[in-house]
Design a protein. Structure first.
Length: 255
């Protein structure tokens, strides 16, 4: 398992509130993968994972997958994207280094734009990869039609809005907000993280999910994407945290 994949899985599982034992099972299953893809249609094309390299964005990594005559990447621009489904219904390929991992189509997305790659093993863990011919998703220029979030981590009620002004406020904060320094905290067992989940008709099958932090000082902070720093022990959550505006805070706190 590459460091980037561990980062993605660990961060998503942490935000989702899944225990450390489950994360360990996923990681062990990944490492136990065979060299030949199995468990699927042998006529499907085989996709291969390229070598991992440093991203041009400090703290992130550049991963690539090649298959079907195309090259796909997962980098900083894809770090804030999540799939709207748990497992694709249409399988378009098999991973050549992970058994029985699959590659799937994303509903509403042409395969020439995005694909879903299973980066897990015993348990599916699909991650979006972008075709290198496809421009990166730019959340600054799209129109969002719905946003959901939990009012607090894991057990809080889910709130939903279609308020265009509120969603525009989130975009404004991420684009123009002044970041502040927050003391990093361990990702394992974190109980103060969730995400804003924004839906756009311009990005079918995918959600833009900027992390949201209920920090210990009583304030709320959001970021474009989340990074887990594995250079320290225990690994720490880091991000470009921006204070939530009064408008966003009122909505999230239900007041």
């Amino acid at each position: 398992m590459t460091k980037k994949h561990w980062l993605i899985l660990a961060a998503l599982l942490t935000i989702g509130g899944i225990g450390a034992a489950l994360m360990l099972a996923v990681a062990l299953g990944f490492f136990a993968g065979h060299e030949l893809a199995a468990g699927g249609d042998p006529g499907l094309p085989v996709y291969t994972m390229g070598p991992q390299s440093a991203s041009s964005h400090p703290g992130y990594f550049h991963d690539s997958v090649t298959g079907g005559g195309e090259v796909y990447v997962n980098d900083y621009e894809e770090a804030g994207l999540q799939l709207t489904f748990s497992e694709p219904q249409t399988v378009i390929g098999l991973m050549g280094s992970i058994s029985p991992a699959k590659v799937g189509a994303i509903p509403g997305q042409p395969v020439a734009a995005y694909i879903a790659v299973d980066c897990g093993s015993e348990m599916p863990a699909y991650v979006p990869y972008r075709n290198v011919k496809q421009p990166p998703f730019d959340w600054r220029t799209v129109t969002f039609r719905e946003m959901t979030a939990r009012q607090q981590y894991k057990f809080g009620p889910v709130v939903t809005t279609t308020n265009a002004a509120l969603m525009a406020e989130v975009v404004r904060l991420l684009r123009d907000g002044t970041p502040v320094e927050l003391k990093p905290f361990p990702f394992s067992g974190a109980t103060n993280l969730t995400t804003l989940n924004l839906t756009s008709d311009q990005l079918p099958g995918l959600l833009f999910c900027p992390p949201l932090c209920y920090y210990g000082d009583g304030n709320l902070y959001l970021a474009e994407s989340l990074m887990v720093d594995f250079s320290v022990k225990p690994p720490q959550v880091r991000a470009r945290w921006i204070p939530a505006s009064p408008l966003l805070t009122r909505w999230l706190k239900g007041s």
